[in-house]
Each structure stands twice: as C-alpha cells, then as structure tokens.
Design a protein around this ligand. Structure first.
Ligand code: HGY
Ligand code: MN
Ligand code: MN
Ligand code: MN
Length: 410
C-alpha cells in the first residue's frame, strides 16, 4: 500500500460542494446544529457514503456512522470523523474537513480495492460547536458516557427548542443506542484553527492532547429605570456591572498567561432600549487552560469578581457553571501513528496541543484516539474567511489514511 494516496482534488471538490450549503456572503458557512441547513449537509454526506458502498447507522443523538465492511466484520471498527455543524460566522473547513477526509479515505480504499481486516467507519457528531445548543461536543459526550441521553436531548437553544425536538424535526433522531460499543481506534483530522503550524511552516500537527475548558452562564439583575431622570448614584445598571466582569475576564487571562484564554462571546441585554437603564444582562464565559489546576483557579477568580461587582453595584447574581471539559492527552500509540505517517510522507510536522475542543476529546475516553492537524490561513477559524490549501488538506488526509489502515490491519 506504499503508493496508495488520497485524491486531493476529489477531497477539495467535496469540501467546496458541501460549502454551498449554508454559504454566507463573505465565503463562509452558517449551518447551525439541527437546522434545515445542517440536515441538508447531513443528507449530502449520507448520499455520498451510500454511493461509496457504505451502510449508514444513526444513533439517538443523531450521530451518523457510515461503515465500510472489513474482512472480519465482527471486529470493532477503526473510526474517523468530526462535525458538520458550524458557528454562525463559520468557515468551510472547521469540522467538515474531518468528516469529508473520512469519506475520502473510504473512496480511496475503494479505488485501490483494499479490504481492511477491521471495518472502517466515517462519523458525524451532532452539535460539536455548542453554538446553538450548549455545551459543545454534547453528542460525542453522550457517546462517551459523559452525559446521559436525557441530558443530551434536553439541551435547548435560546428560543427554548430542544435537541430532541430538533433531531425529530429534521429526521435524524436515530434508533441506534448512543455509544456502548467498542472502537478499535478513532482519528480526527481537523484544521489547527490557530497560527502555530503556518508560522512554523509545518504541514502536520501531531496532536498530543487538548486544553481544558469551563463554560459559565451569568445573569446579573439590577433595575430598569429612566436614562434621563435617574441620578447616577441611584442606578442598578446590570450592563455596567456585566461590563466590569467582561474586563475582569480578560484580566484573568493576562494573570494566567501565557496558557490561559478567556472569552465572553454571547450577551443579551434587557430591555435593550436606548433610554432605559439595563435591568438584566445574561452572558456566557468561556475559560480555557491546558493546566487543570490553573483552570479551576481561573474559575474561582471569575466567581469572586462576579460576587464583588454585584455587591458593590447592588445587583443580583446568578452564576452557573454549565460545562467542564478537562484537559486530555491522546493515546500514545495513536499519536505515534500520526507522527509516523507524517515522517513516512516527509511532511514537516510538530507536536501540538489543541486549543479547541473536538469530538475526539470525548471519544478518547472510550477508544484509543489521535488527531491530525493541518494549517489554516493566518490561523483564523470561527470566521467566514477561514481557509486552508488543497495540498495541506490532502497531506493530512494521507496521514489519516495511513494511520487508519495500519490500525485496521491485524
Ligand atoms: O469551541 C471549541 O473549541 C470548538 O470549536 N467547539
Ligand atoms: Mn471543529
Ligand atoms: Mn469550531
Ligand atoms: Mn471537533
């Protein structure tokens, strides 16, 4: 199988075809989890996999598994995959690359008439982004036993629609149990979504692990009142209080530099009227650090500053931690397989820890797991201009092919 290589043009064409679904003006994608556009993308993937001779299974969280049989179909599969849901101003590659790289592996095995010993599966995980429904990676989390099915189905968007209802509505609430089955190995190919590989001119990131994340929801409640008649010392301005916390969240990242990153990306102001002092503000906080201890210290500081601001400004506080995903290390043999693939292809590579969360983070709890990164332009992601080169995407897919075939061969 030395000369077996993926078809980079076909991979690129499939990515561009998928990118037409939920295409945005600035060249990105908006396919929020479980919307009609997400369904459209799922249907396209399923059709392509059927054309490639796969059987399809969908589980109760809408996770899709396209299976290419092996010589011994009783063996646990070697699996790859990622997600098709995007951020509101997402790109054409985040998640989608990992899904279509899996399809390209299957198409390539067909081209070369290779029958692996173990079956191969390409997967799609529901709501990896955690943008429409929080938290992120919720369906791979249910698969890995981190969350139960009821929790997964009950996740609701800001309009109160639940994942269970939306899975039903788009026809992807499958009957397969979620998880509880053996996987021989899992590999996820993904763009780095950061600047390191491009800056160091590396083609492949050998992902050794991923940093931890803690997500919070904060509601600060003051009192609506008239912008013109209320003296400054009589106000209970929830947006003023929230703004102090937003600044403090940034200060926490500076204090725990260089590893910490902190973000407030979502905020709702009520009543959101130019001449009424905001009575209530709801916002989300995303804290990350590769060091678990530092991450918990950051969370404690967040709590402290929220309580202090509310006490000083006479506001009520409701602070909930809604998600904790600890730092993880990937399986040493899988990491070695990825590194070996990069070396055998003479691709410049380096070890790297993922700043982003991925479904692989949760799958690593139930299967030997590894990840392959490729560079993205200017390290930009979760942005419509997200870009990667056909050459790098094909390179990552060749490393994926090699790692999977090696693990699927007894
Ligand atoms: O937020 C993340 O790390 C990922 O993009 N879901
Ligand atoms: Mn992703
Ligand atoms: Mn993402
Ligand atoms: Mn992912």
């Amino acid at each position: 199988m030395q000369n077996m290589r993926v078809n980079g043009d076909r991979l690129w064409d499939s990515l561009m075809e998928m990118a037409k679904i939920g295409a945005t003006e600035k060249g990105g994608n908006c396919r929020l989890a479980l919307t009609d556009l997400d369904k459209e993308g799922r249907d396209l993937f399923v059709n392509w996999c059927k054309e490639a001779g796969c059987t399809i299974k969908v589980d109760q969280m809408g996770n899709i598994f396209a299976r290419r049989p092996g010589k011994d179909d009783r063996l646990p599969p070697v699996m790859t995959g990622s997600h098709l849901d995007t951020q509101p101003t997402g790109g054409k590659f985040d998640g989608v690359y990992g899904v279509l790289a899996g399809l390209e592996v299957i198409r390539t095995l067909n081209d070369f008439n290779i029958e692996t010993d173990a079956p191969i599966e390409a997967s799609v995980w529901t709501n990896e982004e955690g943008s429409r429904f929080a938290p992120a990676m919720v369906s791979s989390g249910v698969f890995a036993g981190v969350f139960d099915l009821e929790y997964g189905h009950s996740r609701a968007d800001l309009d109160g629609k639940t994942m269970g209802e939306e899975l039903e509505r788009i026809g992807y609430k499958g009957s397969e149990p979620v998880g509880g089955r053996k996987i021989r190995a899992f590999f996820e190919a993904h763009i780095e979504q950061g600047p390191i590989l491009e800056a160091e001119e590396k083609t492949i990131g050998v992902v050794t692990g991923a940093q931890g994340q803690r997500w919070f929801e904060v509601t600060m409640t003051g009192a609506e009142s008239h912008a013109g008649t209320t003296p400054m010392n009589r106000r209970k301005d929830a947006l003023l209080g929230a703004s102090k916390v937003v600044t403090a969240v940034n200060d926490i990242a500076m204090k725990y530099a260089p590893n910490a990153v902190t973000t407030v990306g979502l905020m709702q102001v009520s009543p959101n009227s130019r001449n009424t002092i905001p009575g209530e503000v709801f916002f989300a906080v995303d804290l990350r650090n590769p060091e678990d201890e530092a991450l918990s210290a950051m969370a404690a500081e967040l709590k402290e500053v929220c309580e202090k601001v509310c006490a000083e400004d006479g506001l009520e506080l409701d602070l909930k931690e809604i998600w904790y995903s600890p730092p993880i290390a990937f399986d040493a043999d899988c990491v070695k397989a990825v590194r070996g693939g990069a070396e055998s292809e003479n691709f410049a590579h380096r070890d790297i820890i993922s700043g982003a969360g991925h479904d692989a983070c949760y799958i690593s709890r139930v299967a030997p797991t590894g990840m392959i990164f490729v560079p993205c332009e200017d390290g930009i992601s979760h942005n419509e201009v997200e870009n990667a080169t056909p050459e790098d995407l094909a390179a990552g897919c060749n490393v994926l092919l090699q790692a999977m075939v090696a693990r699927a061969t007894l």
